[in-house]
Design a protein around this ligand. Structure first.
Ligand code: GLN
Length: 474
């Protein structure tokens, strides 16, 4: 069986009779087994996936199958799937089983997708290298000495190594786009509120969004369309109508901007910068208007992101107390020591660091100096971004300052790791949709992503222009 580039290809093969859902699931189960060393899957739902495949094959035969029939999906280990374990890659959720399914999971199943397993990620989605996971780092399929990125490292590696057709990830500050860039696949973070967060383990609720990691723009479009839309279970989900995301190459020329400070950032790898500048020249040559603009908040973008998200996380993670879910310390003697010891033993270092930081920035003596100030900065970033997206169709930027780094090198100093997020947190602070496209490969053979950001709820435009960029890659 071949590595299918998109669901369309799978549907053609099913029609021609050369494959069935069952043979596709078997193909992935074999590959997952063969590539165990990458440490991608936390759990594989083998029997269940095969049974479902058989059922969907019958539906295809009867002409009653849903739009995602034949699509094998991996889900990040922070998305609820009823009756299945869920851990957010943390010891504190040891043994926990979901009591209901996330809305995104329900919507995929309704269209006959097959969920083949849950994949590794950073603990509670906090990280940029998948190294904070209780299960250990995910290796990059392009070079197993390198990280896969994070926090949806398992999702990106699963797609890149062809261990599933599509994976779901979550993106609070880049966790879909950054690993997609590191592994050489497509990753889309939809507009904040476009996709219901019901059943996603919360990290920072005003930032979190669920989105797809795929091999093709078409699959990203289809999955996003299906998981988008109002959900009564998530009051923050938007009721803006979801139009079909059919990929149509834009015929008119676009207005695009890129940000001066982003290209001048000292951490940006010169090779990535060179490729980025080449792309700008190419787009201009194609007749698009591409102009430089300034964005004076680059220096405060990462600090404000970390103040706000840790504040939200310290509140969201209060529920993991050794009483309600998962792990409880066996050394506890009373209620207080149950809380203390379960949390001390159950959470990893990075999660504890963030809970403490978040509690600090929210404490009465420091609230105004940190939290209120970061909220104000967020507002300024949102206003400037909205203004730019009034004048331009898209903002173009690198996804990451570097290609995937070696496993182990960036986990000493957290502030070094936090700078990995310099180009991705912008879209989460602003709430805008953004996509990472695997346009290039470095001289060392590692993937490089480019990031395209659009105005709120303009996913269709973003995807159509992404298709054009992907075509220019060859
Ligand atoms: N790397 C960022 C962080 O650690 C982003 C994580 C995410 O998007 N979930 O917060």
């Amino acid at each position: 069986m071949k590595n299918f580039a998109s669901l369309n290809e799978i549907h053609e093969s099913i029609k021609s009779g050369s494959v069935s859902c069952q043979s596709i699931v078997n193909y992935y189960l074999n590959r997952i087994d063969k590539h165990k060393d990458l440490n991608v899957y936390v759990e594989v739902f083998a029997e269940e996936a095969l049974l479902r495949a058989k059922n969907i094959d019958e539906k295809i035969f009867a002409g009653t199958a849903g739009r995602l029939a034949g699509m094998v999906v991996a889900i990040k280990d922070n998305l609820c799937f009823k009756g299945h374990r869920l851990s957010a890659a943390s010891k504190i959720l040891e043994g926990f089983e979901s009591l209901y399914s996330a809305t995104v999971v329900e919507r995929l199943l309704k269209e006959d997708a097959i969920i083949i397993g849950r994949v590794n990620c950073d603990e509670f989605a906090m990280g940029s290298a998948n190294e904070t996971s209780y299960y250990g780092a995910v290796k990059n399929p392009k070079n197993p000495k390198k990280v896969s990125g994070g926090s949806s490292g398992g999702s990106a590696a699963a797609v890149a190594a062809d261990l599933c057709q599509v994976a779901l990830g979550s993106d609070t500050g880049g966790s879909i786009r950054q690993p997609a860039a590191f592994c050489g696949v497509v990753g889309l973070k939809p507009t904040y509120s476009r996709v219901s967060r019901y059943g996603l383990i919360a990290y920072a609720s005003s930032f979190d969004q669920i989105g797809p990691i795929t091999k093709s723009i078409e699959d990203a479009a289809l999955v996003t369309e299906i998981i988008s839309g109002k959900d009564p279970n998530d009051s923050t989900s938007s009721s803006v109508k979801v139009e079909p995301f059919n990929i149509v190459l834009p015929s008119e020329k676009k207005k695009i901007t890129y940000l001066k400070e982003y290209l001048e950032s000292p951490g940006l790898d010169p090779e990535i910068k060179e490729k980025f500048l080449d792309l700008i020249s190419e787009l201009k040559a194609q007749g698009h208007v591409v102009e430089e603009q300034t964005f004076s908040y680059l220096d405060v973008i990462v600090p404000s992101y970390y103040v706000l998200t840790t504040a939200e996380a310290s509140s969201n993670l209060a529920r993991f107390d050794g009483v309600h879910f998962g792990y409880r310390s066996s050394n506890a003697k009373d209620l207080e020591s149950t809380y203390k010891l379960s949390r001390t033993e159950g959470f990893g270092e990075e999660v504890k660091r963030r809970i403490m930081l978040g509690t600090f920035v929210l404490s009465s003596g420091y609230y105004d100096a940190y939290y209120t100030k970061a909220q104000r900065v967020r507002r300024l970033i949102q206003d400037r971004t909205t203004a730019l997206l009034k004048d331009y169709d898209f903002i173009l930027m690198p996804t990451t300052p570097t290609t995937a780094f070696d496993i182990g090198v960036k986990n000493e100093d957290p502030t070094v790791a936090y700078l990995e997020d310099i180009y991705t947190v912008h879209a989460n602070l602003a709430g805008t949709p953004a996509i990472s496209l695997p346009l290039w490969v470095s001289s060392k053979n590692m993937p490089i992503g480019v990031q395209l950001m659009g105005a709120a709820f303009k996913e269709a435009e973003l995807l159509n222009f992404s298709k054009l960029l992907m075509l220019s890659r060859n």
